[in-house]
Ligand binder design. Structure first.
Ligand SMILES: *Cc1c(COP(=O)(O)O)cnc(C)c1O
Length: 393
């Protein structure tokens, strides 16, 4: 048996009678065992121990437990990205011959999985409007095995009828997976509402600093939970220790960041709505939002950190607005500690025809804002200045 002190390549880890207060980063790919008996006991589950990082490591375990607590579930699996979590949720739940019904405004890559990848594997898919339970009911087939929805859609921030869809699915013995990235567990805990699977892109507000790409998926049923873990390890969808360690640190401030960005988002939405040159504002708790009632009943009146709005003047005004929005990153992501602006017409929704974009209400003047933790008064002033510049051309 050897440890790092007798290993010719590695200097010994220093002794200390005091303990660190922070969980260490453990990048080791492999773990050495004392002897074959010890390894055997580990594989048989009689003794706890790690073997190989793809199969599991302490940083993923710590992060998984932290998110489990936030979602009030157990056995959640941390993955190498949000898309790895979506992939895992789908592949652990369905087989060739099944049908998956998805929401029609899913995250772009999730839509690709539904439209291009699953059909190639013999899994039929179709899409329906998740704010309309009757539309979902009409789209069910005898072989429907799974429903995949997002609680709040991107970029129009429509709130799915999560309770209605879960009730419909339960009556037909169909699984429901909810991508809960936008509201986070602070806005909604889908498994507590009867969903079977909850999914997160931890990359976004949960990790919160745009420096870690991670996902999370948890299931209510322990057997499905076990299948998720086995498939993640088999397909190599598991995460890097460093990303998990960064996300753990990010989560320490999650509640503070959530409170700050959500209250600022609500304030920014109200401020934008009365600024000259703004056509409309989309924010779930505003009285003029089409799902206002559901944002109160389902999300407990939490509008979240995302605000979308449309300005007059088309692409030229949009360019001028972004150039004048000093200090704000124009970047197609969300959930950073700093505010980011995205322009769906040239990024997330650029593959759609202009007619399809128009049907969703996404014009050349449409922006999606991920509100960060800046000082709120100064942030609102930045938007005011940028809008004035956009319309003073
Ligand atoms: C970003 C995002 C994903 C994908 O997450 P990655 O970490 O980028 O792979 C999935 N669903 C939603 C709703 C997202 O916003």
């Amino acid at each position: 048996m050897s440890d790092t002190s007798s290993n010719p390549f590695r200097a010994p880890w220093p002794d200390s009678i005091s303990r660190p207060v922070v969980n260490p980063l453990q990048p080791s790919v492999v773990y050495a065992s004392n002897d074959p008996d010890a390894l055997d006991a580990q594989y048989e589950g009689g003794a706890k121990g790690y073997t190989y990082a793809r199969e599991g490591h302490p940083n993923a375990e710590v992060l998984g437990k932290m998110i489990d607590r936030m979602e009030d579930v157990s056995g959640g699996v941390v993955t190498g990205s949000g898309m790895a979590a979506v992939t895992l949720a789908l592949l652990a739940s369905v087989s060739a011959g099944d049908h998956v019904l998805g929401a029609d405004q899913l995250y772009g890559r999730s839509l690709r999985l539904m439209n291009e990848v699953l059909p190639r594997l013999g899994i039929a898919t179709s899409l329906a409007d998740p704010t309309d339970v009757a539309a979902f009911k009409a789209a069910l087939r005898p072989e429907t095995r799974l429903i995949l929805i997002e609680t709040v859609s991107n970029p129009t921030l429509r709130v799915a009828d999560v309770d209605g869809i879960i009730a419909l699915a339960k009556s037909r013995d169909i699984l429901v997976a909810v991508d809960n990235t936008f509201p986070t567990p602070r806005g909604l805990r889908p498994i507590q509402h009867g969903a079977d699977v909850v999914i997160h892109s931890v990359t976004k507000l949960m990790a919160g600093h745009s420096d870690a790409t991670l996902g999370y998926v948890a299931a209510k049923d322990p057997a499905l939970s076990e299948r998720l873990l086995t498939l993640a390890v088999t397909m190599g969808l598991t995460p890097s220790p460093f990303d998990c360690w960064l996300a753990e640190r990010g989560l320490y401030s999650f509640d503070l960041r959530y409170d700050r960005s959500t209250s600022t988002a609500a304030r920014l939405g109200d401020a934008l709505a009365v600024m000259p040159g703004v056509v409309r504002v989309l924010y779930p708790t505003r009285a003029d939002h089409p799902d206002h009632n559901r944002s109160v009943s389902l999300l407990g009146g939490e509008g979240g950190h995302m605000v979308s709005f449309e300005i007059e003047g088309g692409r030229a005004a949009a360019n001028a607005f972004v150039r004048a929005a000093e200090g704000l990153n124009f970047a197609p992501t969300l959930g950073d500690v700093a505010t980011t602006i995205s322009h769906p017409a040239t990024s997330s929704h650029r593959a759609l025809t202009s007619e399809a974009r128009a049907a969703l209400g996404i014009s050349e003047g449409f922006f999606r804002i991920s509100v960060g933790c800046e000082e709120p008064t100064a942030l609102v002033a930045t938007f005011e200045t940028a809008l004035r510049a956009a319309h003073a051309r």
